[in-house]
Design a binder for this molecule. Sequence first.
Ligand code: ZN
Length: 214
Amino acid sequence: MNTPHTTLAWMAEGTALCLRALDGLDETSYGAPSLLPGWSRKQVVAHLAGNAEALGNLVHWARTGEPTPMYSSPEQRTATIESGGTLSGDRLTAWFTDSARTLADAMATLTEEQWSAQVVTVQGRTVPASETPWMRSREVMVHAVDLGAGVRFMDLPTAFLTELRADILTRRGQNAVPVTHGHPADVTAYLAGRPHSGVTTTDGAPAEPLPPWM
Ligand code: ZN
């Protein structure tokens, strides 16, 4: 696993990519569908802001030892996305920016010992707090592409894509997906269940799309 030093840098880069995608969207295009089936761009941004706050709870947990789960309930997570989707684009961009900064600032104060404190993710996995910058990197990088506003898997750092493929394969199960060929960025998009091109199985046939992951 990468050190927080690397993943914190990816987190910042993913945040910048999201802002690049959002920059210049007018209110209509901000409210338009994202590449994630059933999600508007506004809902993706509301989810990202809610995710920053949720991961902030894990950072609080690591710092204080007081168990603070990411979300109080699955309903709370959904409500944040639904209600956030009705805000103006300006409000959403401000919320995204502020929540990302608050999270980065909170992480910057963690000591070595606090980074190794155990916390529980929304999926119920117990992980050291040092995994939270990776969890956030995945969100901001992949959803920057999902916004469908100019950022592509091809634009994401090569080392990040390598780590993401390994992570998805672990999560999906090595045997649950076929061996594929293609540009590494496209193979990553394929594994993530995102739009891709030129990914083939060993017999040369186009790979069957996988359901979205994350
Ligand atoms: Zn997400």
